[in-house]
Ligand binder design. Structure first.
Ligand code: PGA
Length: 250
């Protein structure tokens, strides 16, 4: 991990979280308060229904909150959607855009993801832009090419404050993880592409790894120089698991 970038561990709760799940945030808070040196930022992206309660109950805590998706417009006739401005109003400081589950369940493409990232800028929240290859693309030896192309098309032309999350689709929720060498190679390539395009800003952009990050593999992954944190699904739902990943980030 490159110490010049503050590491981030972001929990993506996906479509999990009834009101009682707020108790896990309470527990996480106590655990964080008991840590002596915590050098990493902790973010939770709960279902939108929990966002206001989570932000209000944790106003002075060390946990920040984010949404899991946003519409490109600020408001209007878009039943079932949520805008970056509404997320911000509910206390969100971040929003995930282009998660592979949005790309596959809702047919979202890179151009739309880029617009969503721009919508996040408009609302003054930080987009967490997800990219990653499928299993077939990896098997065919096209992972690097596919991911760099997604990166190029999904990030705004002026990156301001963004977070990139590399999440191989085949590793999400499967318990499978790429080899350390493969993660290293991909993160180095993403860094090089960001620097080539954006100069110093590209050097400062956090690049997170996501896809079956767990207490038992987090440390090894987080030690890589161009891994600046993790986007964690399943293992973020229980405070006792999530805190282990946060501790691995020190
Ligand atoms: P996972 O999900 O940790 O459950 O694999 C990661 C993600 O989809 O962000």
């Amino acid at each position: 991990m490159n110490k010049a970038i503050i590491p981030l561990i972001i929990g993506n709760w996906k479509m999990n979280g009834e009101i009682k799940q707020l108790g896990e945030i309470d527990s996480l808070n106590s655990m964080l308060n008991n840590m002596n040196n915590n050098n990493c930022h902790t973010v939770i992206c709960p279902p939108t229904t929990l966002l206001i309660s989570a932000t209000q109950l944790n106003e002075n805590s060390k946990i920040a909150f984010g949404g899991q998706d946003c519409h490109i417009e600020q408001s209007g006739a878009h039943t079932g959607d949520i805008s970056a401005e509404i997320l911000k109003d509910a206390g969100a400081q971040y929003v995930i855009v282009g998660h592979s589950e949005r790309r596959s369940d809702h047919g979202e493409n890179d151009e739309l993801v880029q617009e969503k990232a721009n919508a996040a800028f408009r609302a003054d929240i930080t987009p967490i832009i997800c990219i990653g290859e499928s299993e077939n693309e990896r098997k065919q030896g096209r992972a690097l090419k596919v991911v760099l192309e997604q990166l190029d098309k999904s990030i705004p032309t002026d990156i301001k404050d963004i977070i990139v999350a590399y999440e191989p689709v085949w590793a999400i929720g499967t318990g499978l993880v790429p080899s350390i060498n493969d993660i290293n190679e991909m993160h180095d390539a993403i860094r090089a592409a960001l620097v080539e395009k954006f100069g110093v800003n590209g050097e400062k952009t956090p690049i997170l790894y996501g896809g079956s990050m767990k207490p038992n593999n987090a440390k090894e992954i987080l030690e890589l120089s161009n891994v600046n944190g993790g986007l964690v699904g399943g293992a973020s739902l229980k405070a006792s698991d999530f805190i282990q990943i946060i501790k691995a980030c020190q």
